[in-house]
Design a protein around this ligand. Structure first.
Ligand SMILES: Nc1nc2c(ncn2[C@@H]2O[C@H](COP(=O)(O)OP(=O)(O)OP(=O)(O)O)[C@@H](O)[C@H]2O)c(=O)[nH]1
Length: 299
């Protein structure tokens, strides 16, 4: 299913609320309920929060056990969702554009009356949801590397600063891995830029698959990647770093083009600020290159 993308949005061309919903044909909720849902939705541009708000409103008109939303910027589940025997699906459309698909679950059948009430609540949500989707899409575009879909340098700067501050506050470990591919330039030079892009995509996949969901992975630009590991001491972080170098060595494209990876690792100590930790990892990366590449050095 094709969902709304930010470039599809023409904010000024949205139809009027009444024309879009044909509300007069539908059973009306008491005015205060209707007003409060719309005004609650206007308080946030966060899709998850909007879904939670709508699920609470739906819960007032029928017994709901789960509610989830599929969009172009990701899938969301209402807080407290659990399985239910009956399912009802709705596609949310605004201005002839598909915003999202909503999936409801309940232990009770979705009667035609219940479905009409859901439709009414959905019609109150579409404008706020459209705005939240646009914001989310813009955030993704500002913070993601377009080739690999990983966080970009700007996202790294922000996340790294926060990770170091948290580590300091909770007196925990925080490790920074800087990874730079070896001999990558020759892939571009001998096989063209698209072959280079393929290698970068393969490396991004290797790194993503090897790391845990709680680790943060970024592409800095060029052939440089960064990983922030929260709560890992030097020994564990070094194990992770060596594993990353190994999976890159084992990938058939990297073998084909003789590409490997050098890594610099630094683990936060409480006297350091984020700049000092970064600089320590950068020096370690330089040492790994100087040591002949395809290796890990710890600051
Ligand atoms: N295909 C492709 N190449 C890129 C991209 N961004 C940067 N590059 C190229 O990546 C190369 C990075 O240069 P270097 O790090 O010096 O290359 P290297 O051969 O790995 O050098 P060593 O680290 O010393 O082994 C340059 O040739 C850039 O043009 C990209 O998005 N796609």
């Amino acid at each position: 299913m094709e969902y709304l993308l930010v470039q599809d949005v023409a904010l000024s061309s949205a139809p009027s609320y009444a024309a879009m919903t044909k509300l007069q044909q539908w059973p009306q909720l008491p005015e205060c309920t209707e007003q409060s849902l719309i005004s609650q939705l206007q308080t946030t541009l966060d899709i998850q929060q909007q879904l939670n708000i709508v699920s609470m409103a739906v819960g007032k008109v029928l017994p709901l056990s789960a509610m989830s939303l599929k969009t172009a910027v990701g899938d969301f589940s209402a807080i407290g969702s659990c399985s239910g025997e009956f399912e009802h699906r709705s596609v949310l459309v605004l201005n002839q554009q598909c915003l999202a698909e909503l999936v409801y679950h309940s232990d009770y059948a979705f009667t035609p009356m219940a479905q009409r009430e859901l439709l009414l609540l959905e019609s109150e949500w579409v404008f706020a949801l459209r705005n939240a989707l646009v914001v989310s899409r813009l955030q993704q575009m500002a913070l993601k590397d377009t080739l690999t879909g990983l966080g970009n340098r700007r996202f790294f700067d922000d996340s790294f600063e926060k990770a170091v501050m948290l580590a300091k506050r909770h007196n925990e470990h925080c490790a920074l891995i800087l990874l730079d591919l070896d001999n990558f330039k020759q892939v571009n030079d001998s096989n063209g830029h698209s072959a280079g892009d393929e290698v970068l995509l393969a490396v991004a996949d290797c790194l993503r698959d090897t790391l845990r969901a709680t680790d943060s992975l970024f592409r800095f630009g060029g052939d440089e990647f960064a990983v922030v590991l929260s709560g890992q001491d030097t020994d564990n972080a070094e194990l992770v770093a060596r594993r990353l170098v190994k999976v890159i060595n084992q990938h058939y494209l990297c073998q084909q083009y003789a590409v490997s990876a050098s890594v610099g690792l630094a683990v936060f100590n409480t006297d350091q600020c984020s700049k000092q930790l970064f600089s320590a990892a950068d020096s370690a990366l330089y040492a790994a290159k100087e040591a002949g590449k395809n290796t890990v050095r710890v600051a």
